[in-house]
Design a protein around this ligand. Structure first.
Ligand code: FES
Ligand code: FES
Length: 216
């Protein structure tokens, strides 16, 4: 039995009596990359044309709405994409970057703000649902140069390390105190349990909330 392989067939002619050289791995990758770049640069992904937002017609733009709300005592009327979270409204539209984006999924409490006096995860709250609402962020707690008592207590108790969770902890602590859930360290821990501190400052955070609640 013969083990010889047959001669490979000659490549078909591509015109004018010439045959193009077979693509090498190098030329194949170079061509694919160039074509891919052209496709993305043209705004085409998966066959769908993504219009330049500047040139998009009204029908192509995502639905948006006007919303009027008060943030830290200042009235704002803004037009936002209906999918905008309160956290993005604060940070991206109003320049209030004190509220932090940790998980962006309601699991860490770094974005905690007060909406009409109640604690909310701003990352899970749609801005367009807040027509007429009053929002308080960490920027709205101090009175000029006079820190809010809980802000001062965090300093007194050294209740932070990196500080990333701290704005959410303080706003949540203010809500916790207003709600009256400060009867014991255990109660404070329970009602502050939605606020995660990766640095593990929990003991001092509870002391800061206790200190402020005791002074009320
Ligand atoms: Fe909102 Fe984590 S960023 S809960
Ligand atoms: Fe660093 Fe809380 S102080 S996460």
């Amino acid at each position: 039995m013969s083990t010889e392989l047959p001669e490979p067939a000659a490549p078909p002619p591509t015109g004018a009596g010439e045959s193009s050289p077979a693509p090498t791995r190098r030329t194949f990758i170079a061509t694919s990359t160039a074509l891919g770049g052209a496709v993305v640069a043209g705004g085409v992904i998966g066959g769908t044309f993504l219009a330049d937002p500047e040139e998009a017609t009204a029908a192509e733009r995502p639905p948006s709405s006007r919303v009027s709300l008060t943030v830290n005592g200042t009235s704002h009327t803004v037009t936002v994409d209906n999918r905008t979270s309160l956290l993005d409204l604060l940070r991206e539209h109003l320049g209030l970057t004190g509220s932090k984006k940790g998980c962006n999924a309601g699991a860490c409490g770094a974005c905690t703000v007060l909406v009409d006096g109640r604690r909310h995860n701003a990352c899970l709250t749609l801005a367009v649902r807040l027509e007429g609402a009053g929002v308080t962020t960490i920027e709205g707690l101090a009175d000029g140069d006079q820190l809010h008592p809980l802000q001062q207590a965090f300093i007194d108790q050294d209740a932070f390390q990196c500080g990333y969770c701290t704005p959410g902890q303080i706003v949540s602590g203010v809500g916790c105190i207003q709600e009256g859930h400060t009867g014991s360290p255990e109660e404070i821990r329970e009602w502050m349990s939605g606020n995660i501190c990766r640095c593990g400052c929990y003991v001092k955070i509870v002391r800061a909330v206790e200190q402020t609640a005791d002074r009320k």
